[in-house]
Ligand binder design. Sequence first.
Ligand code: PLP
Length: 377
Amino acid sequence: MKRIYFDNASTTRLTEPVLEAMMPYLTGIHGNAMSAYLEGRAAREAVETARIRVARAIGAEPDEIRFTGGGTESDNWAVLGTAARAGTPGKIVTSAIEHHAVLRACEFLAKRGWTIEALPVSPDGFVDPEDLERAITGDTRLVSVMLANNEIGTVQPVRALAEIAHSHGVPFHTDAVQAVGALRIDVKELGADLLSVSGHKFHAPKGVGALYIRKGTGIQPLLRGGAQEGGLRAGTENVPGIVGIGAAIELAAGSVEERAQRVRGMRDALVRGILESVPGSFLNGSADRRLPGNANLCLRPLDSPTLVPLLDMRGIAASNGSACAAGSDEPSHVLKALGIGIREINGSIRFTLNEENTMEEVLEAVSRIRDIASRLP
Ligand code: PLP
């Protein structure tokens, strides 16, 4: 049976052009980017070229990009690094549907005297800017609201939220891990002071990411012990990974609109096909203000989460939430925040498509899903 990979929000395939760009730095050019001789200079040049590429893709300046070990690290750094810089405990305003990389970092601070307010979302998955306006107090040190949600794909009104934060003199972080590669991103248009990126969501290797830090934003170094990344994130640079994220983001940014249109067409066909052929099924989250490739549907209310293995057995890779939360029995905090009941959460599944999928796969998946749903209790 042909496998159908519909879990591109979890991770994507490392593509050939990205691997080709990386190859020389995996074997031949092995120098440490901090070394002053030829091999080191070659590695340094590759790192700085990648920095320019990442910066250009999101409308930033190269020295506003700091490479990290991925999205979780970027999110943790944004939250904990801003808090550490503040010195004394204050307040952080976030949303109830953030990735755990933000929420758990906030919980860590809550245990150390910080006040954390997680804003609710509407039943279709959006933060209300008026709620943010009300939540900000004199001691608020950071607002962190994601650009696009990893489970339901909703795209938050980040520009409006950033403006509110700034009107109170508060810096604004956005987790753009799911958005980069899927949407056109301009940090200045968004008004973000800090923005998290993860390479493996857009065909770069796993374990490399970036944090955009707008010039003048106060943040503590993440790691100490070296002058890498402007002295903010010490440690020998992952040169092949950094080259990979630079190549991948340039490719992604160059084709974002064209890909989004094609992916949206396939996603809409998948949603339509499921809604028409699975009685009682419904879409979780907004139908339109969501990522082009995201479809999160309740197929049928269930007593326990069983859909992932059932789909897997029928050759479909899909997920029931964040890959990072897989393995935990906790029902999705995102779907809970939308007000969805536990049985509907257990019966929900996330399909995330990208440009490597085909309409044939969509049609085949609908047929397999119809069959699976017809056997559900
Ligand atoms: N933030 C969001 C919205 C994500 O979807 C993910 C990963 O799924 C992360 C952060 C964590 O990124 P990484 O897997 O690179 O640590």
